[in-house]
Design a protein. Structure first.
Length: 165
């Protein structure tokens, strides 16, 4: 079993980020940032955060996309802006994910937490740590992977408590 702490759109709110990391870092195997942290690559690497770049010019991270294989799950990480996710459609992202046989796609950019499944692919947006545009408020997610099974829990980024979407 592998647990992933998934954050996005921190937008320099290091106070909230550090609170999340301090509470959950020992409960997970990996920490993933889906862009727009506005933290330096050095800061992210020092905290062992697997990070992709977002659409902010000084955003830390290693490239705009990353592929991970965890247990039997093939994962695609992206901020999402290069796939047009902000305009309410996952069609371009789904077209790409389908062509590459991903099991799990994690993206940010919209500042709205969501969990969808289409044609056997799970799409996760953990929301925004700093400024949510959804009704759930600032949020992040913890993903549990066991074999091919993917479970997602969402958390309030201020109260650090589990929430339901």
């Amino acid at each position: 079993m592998t647990k992933l702490l998934v954050i996005s759109d921190v937008h320099r709110d290091r106070y909230k980020l550090e609170r999340i990391l301090n509470k959950y870092k020992d409960q997970v195997n990996h920490i993933i940032s889906l862009g727009d942290s506005e933290c330096s690559t050095e800061y992210l690497q020092k905290r062992n955060i697997i990070a992709v770049k977002g659409n902010y010019p000084f955003d830390g991270g290693e490239g705009y996309h990353k592929i991970l294989q965890i247990e039997q799950v093939k994962i695609f990480l992206t901020h999402g802006h290069k796939f047009g996710v902000k305009w309410g459609s996952l069609s371009r992202l789904h077209e790409y994910a389908s062509s590459e046989d991903f099991d799990l796609v994690m993206y940010g950019h919209t500042h709205e937490a969501s969990l969808e499944k289409e044609a056997g692919i799970t799409y996760l947006n953990p929301g925004s740590v700093r400024q949510s545009r959804g009704k759930e408020g600032p949020s992040f997610a913890i993903v549990t992977i066991k074999n091919k099974n993917i479970e997602v829990q969402f958390f309030d980024a201020e109260r650090l408590e589990e929430i339901t979407l």
